[in-house]
Design a protein around this ligand. Structure first.
Ligand SMILES: Nc1nc2c(ncn2[C@@H]2O[C@H](COP(=O)(O)OP(=O)(O)OP(=O)(O)O)[C@@H](O)[C@H]2O)c(=O)[nH]1
Ligand SMILES: [Mg+2]
Length: 235
C-alpha cells in the first residue's frame, strides 16, 4: 500500500486544559503534514474553549464536542467517522498528556504511507516507559502480556494508545462496532486488525508519564480490559 492521502491526528480529551494549547503548538510546529481533531467530552475545565481559541488562527485544528464523558472508545469512533466523511485516508490515535511525543506522530504519519496499521510500541527493543512507579508498570506490562497470551497476538504492544490506521484498515475491521469502552478498546482494535489479516508495523517509542493533569485510569477500566480480552478470544 502506498498513499499520500490526507492524515488526521485524533486526540480524545477530558480535562486537559493544562496540556492542550502547548500540545497543539508542538504538533503544528513538528508535524507539518497533518490536521488535528480534538474530541472533547465537554470537559468542565474548559479544554474545548482552549481548542477553539487555538483553531481561530490555525485552520489545521478542529474540535468535536461530545455532550458528556463516555470514554475514549466512543470519542475515537466519532473522530474517525468525522475524518472519513471529510476525505482523510490516514488516521493517528494519540493522547493529549505529552506521554506521546509529537516527533513520533510525524513518524507514524510517514509510516502510514506504506503500512495500513502502525503501532508506536513501548515493548519492542529500543522502546520503554519513563516516570511510572512499579505499580503502574506492573499493570501495563502485566495487562499487555495477558492480552498477548490470551489472544495469541504477535505485536509486542497490544495495549498502547499511539497507533496509525489507514481508512481501509478502519473500515475493514468495522471500527464502528467495537464493543470495548475503556482501554480494552486498544486491544480490540488491534485484535480485529490481526483477524482481518493486517500485519501491524511496530516501531519503538519512549512513553513518558504525564506531568500535568490527572490520569483517567480506574480499577473499572482495568477490570473491563481483563474481561473483554477474555471475551474477545471466543469471537
Ligand atoms: N473524550 C474523552 N477523552 C478521554 C476520556 N478519558 C480519557 N480521555 C483522554 O484520553 C487520553 C488518555 O487518557 P489518560 O488519562 O492520559 O490515560 P492514560 O494515558 O492511560 O493514563 P495516564 O497516562 O496515567 O494519565 C487523554 O488525552 C485523556 O484526556 C473520555 O472519557 N473522553
Ligand atoms: Mg495518559
Amino acid at each position: 500500500m502506498s498513499t499520500t492521502e490526507k492524515c488526521l491526528v485524533v486526540i480524545p480529551t477530558y480535562n486537559e486544559a493544562g496540556n492542550i494549547t502547548l500540545l497543539l503548538s508542538r504538533l503544528m510546529a513538528q508535524v507539518p503534514s497533518v490536521d488535528v481533531l480534538i474530541v472533547d467530552d465537554n470537559s468542565p475545565d474548559g479544554t474545548g474553549k482552549s481548542v477553539l481559541a487555538f483553531a481561530q488562527n490555525e485552520s489545521r485544528v478542529h474540535l468535536l464536542t461530545r455532550m458528556k464523558k463516555e470514554g475514549i472508545a466512543l470519542a475515537y469512533r466519532e473522530g474517525f467517522s468525522w475524518g472519513i466523511q471529510r476525505g482523510y485516508g490516514r488516521f493517528i490515535q494519540m493522547d493529549a498528556d505529552f506521554s506521546h511525543d509529537p516527533a513520533d506522530t510525524q513518524k507514524i504519519a510517514e509510516l502510514l504511507k506504506e503500512h495500513d496499521v502502525v503501532i508506536a510500541s513501548r515493548y519492542v527493543t529500543g522502546g520503554g516507559t519513563s516516570g511510572w512507579g512499579w505499580h503502574r508498570q506492573l499493570i501495563s506490562r502485566g495487562g499487555n502480556l495477558y492480552a498477548r497470551l490470551v489472544l495469541s497476538a504477535g505485536p509486542k504492544d497490544m495495549t498502547g494508545g499511539f497507533n496509525g490506521w489507514s481508512k481501509r484498515a478502519l473500515e475493514s475491521i468495522g471500527y464502528k462496532t467495537v464493543v470495548s469502552r475503556g482501554y480494552a478498546y486498544q486491544v480490540e482494535m488491534k485484535y480485529r486488525a490481526l483477524k482481518a489479516g493486517f500485519k501491524p508495523f511496530e516501531f519503538p517509542i519512549l512513553f513518558k508519564n504525564r506531568t500535568v493533569g490527572q490520569s483517567k485510569m480506574s480499577s473499572g477500566i482495568v477490570f473491563e480490559a481483563a474481561y473483554r480480552v477474555f471475551q474477545l478470544r471466543s469471537h
